[in-house]
Design a protein around this ligand. Structure first.
Ligand code: DAH
Length: 341
């Protein structure tokens, strides 16, 4: 009898079915009511008492092994069948639509600014957000006592070591002048950081696009014409601009540029505070001190620079009244830009 038990155990261990149906057939043949195991159990009744213990144990072990083997085979064949059908999929199921993300309004406007200037031959330049005093202030002709160098306005990472978060993208101008010789014609988009209380019109993080053009014989008229082209492309053909004298350490002369209010068409409304004009950027001719500090011969070359806030342009373009909306990522706000561009 021991031989027959061993033989059956061997067949159980060596059983290699290809389909679940084969396993079921095998189960009935071995473990079924009229199966081989029950036949052995029947025979066990007439085994001599002194051998009952040993043969009983072997029979039990055989039963457990057969059950375990059959269960394991069933599970693995079923798993294989499921993954096969998953690969093909249920062809009758309705499809699930993929949700397509949309660009953030700040990205849309930044891309549009870059794209407009790229049509005038500008290429994109970038620089680090963590900067040093030289690239943010000194090379741009900021005097040592300038208030922007104060902790109140600038986030210093290491005060002693002059490591800080850039307060404007003008620092990329300096890096561009270090890297390449004129002619230089770049736009520099990026995030900037200022130690400001957050309100509807100010944030400690925002975005700027800086522009720089240096070549022989670049004039203020070139600056004005380039910016007029930009304003018309950005706000529409009917847009006009005006330049008001201003001051920046890195430009001389410096100006503030206004664009005609696109909401009231210049008649005056609460957005333009009744003036018909909206201030959108600073600009000017690159100060010769800046050219010289960056190794460019100011007798041979001249240039202009400009810098604008992306949030501000986006607010004016879309009529958004609170800057904080751009940072909250509330989908009800963001969805409104789905169809733009
Ligand atoms: N960097 C200035 C700011 O953050 C903006 C600016 C003004 C950039 C005049 C320029 C410029 O290049 O010519 O307020």
């Amino acid at each position: 009898m021991i031989d027959r038990i061993n033989d059956l155990l061997k067949r159980v261990e060596e059983f290699r079915p290809k389909a679940a149906a084969e396993v079921e057939e095998f189960r009935i043949r071995i473990l079924g009511k009229k199966g081989e195991l029950n036949a052995l159990m029947e025979e066990f009744k007439s085994v001599a008492p002194e051998r009952k213990r040993e043969i009983g144990q072997r029979l039990n072990a055989l039963k457990t092994a057969a059950q375990e083997r059959i269960n394991a085979l069933k599970a693995s064949l079923q798993e294989a069948a499921e993954s096969n059908s998953a690969a093909v999929g249920d062809m009758t199921r309705p499809g699930s639509a993929d949700e397509i993300g949309t660009r953030h309004p700040i990205s849309l406007v930044r891309n549009q600014i870059v794209e407009i200037f790229s049509r005038l031959g500008y290429t994109v330049a970038e620089g680090p957000e963590i900067e040093d005093d030289w690239h943010v202030f000194s090379a741009l002709n900021f005097p040592p006592e300038h208030p922007a160098r104060d902790m109140q306005d600038t986030f210093f990472i290491e005060k002693g070591a002059d490591i800080l978060l850039r307060t404007h993208t003008s620092s990329i101008q300096v890096r561009a002048m270090e890297r390449s010789k004129p002619p230089i014609r770049i736009v520099c988009p990026g995030r900037v950081f200022r130690n400001e209380a957050i309100s509807y019109r100010a944030h400690c993080i925002f975005h700027q696009v800086e522009g720089l053009y240096i070549d022989e014989g670049v004039s203020f008229a070139d600056l004005k014409q380039s910016l007029l082209y930009f304003a018309k492309e950005m706000f529409g053909e009917e847009a006009s601009i005006r330049l008001r004298p201003s001051y920046f350490p890195f430009t001389e002369p410096s100006a503030e540029m206004d664009v005609s209010c696109n909401l009231c068409g210049g008649k005056g409304c609460n957005v333009c505070k009744g003036t018909g004009w909206l201030e959108i950027m600073g600009c000017g001719m690159v100060d010769p001190n800046v050219l010289e500090a960056n190794g460019i011969d100011s007798k041979k070359y001249s240039g202009f620079a400009f810098g604008m806030g992306v949030e501000r342009i986006a607010m004016l373009k879309y009529g958004v009244k609170d800057l904080r909306l751009y940072f909250e990522n509330d989908v009800r706000f963001l969805r409104q830009f789905e169809s733009v561009l």
